[in-house]
Design a protein. Structure first.
Lengths: 110, 110
DNA sequence: CCTATATTTCTATGATACTAGAACCGTGGA
DNA sequence: TCCACGGTTCTAGTATCATAGAAATATAGG
């Protein structure tokens, strides 16, 4: 869990992860990620390995490319952990984003 | 936001924060924290400053003691950020903990 | 088999972060 | 005022992390 937090607590990796989230389960090949974010190959590989160790991304080989995609199950567990362990007796207070469709516009608990 | 992630991405600080969450708004004086977690004063002070910079804790002076308590608004915003930025098109998938009273016991999405 | 392309591993360097002893500052009581 | 106690800041040593060039590896096509 700490590993997942640490993995996201870094500008470059957070950017990579967010980009992958945008692209959903189909993901992106390493080259495209590096191109979009202007990260040299070795640096990128280093961060991808870090994200992989934290199980925040999933890698699959597709012909000559290696496609990375976000692992939604891990981020989900991370959010669950924060909600349960870091919100005390009133988790509701911490999850204003819970029902965004109904609550966001009315401004439930800003 | 990255600062908050980084602050929690460290065993000692996460332990401190969780302890403070347990104790709610009344918080704990530095000495008690150090005692409970067996952290020497200077190390503890270092981590408390880090948590403070990340706005994850609130410090108040109470006579000779300095009382730290968890800042629930920041952790709430952090959870909101993760939910909105890291869960893609289907935030629902990431917030199984949303309705813990009704879903936790039935085991909605483990 | 040879080459081009995609990505990783190796290596080195610089930058941050963590730990903790020692010295220092602020508050309240004698 | 002086002392004791609670915390912080200073300082230094160690460890871990981030960056990126160069070399290595793997895959697919000619």
């Amino acid at each position: 869990m700490i590993k997942a937090l640490a993995a996201l607590a870094q500008e470059t990796r957070l950017a990579i992860f967010r980009l992958l989230v945008e692209h959903g389960p189909s993901g992106l090949p390493v080259g495209k990620i590096g191109e979009r974010l202007a990260i040299p190959p070795s640096t990128l590989s280093f961060h991808l390995k870090e994200l992989d160790h934290a199980e925040l991304v999933i890698a699959r080989q597709e012909s000559r490319f290696i496609i990375y995609s976000a692992n939604f199950s891990t981020i989900s567990r991370l959010i669950g952990f924060l909600t349960e362990n870091c919100c005390g007796a009133a988790p509701q207070n911490c999850v204003a984003a819970c029902d965004p469709i109904n609550e966001a516009k009315t401004g439930g608990t800003p």
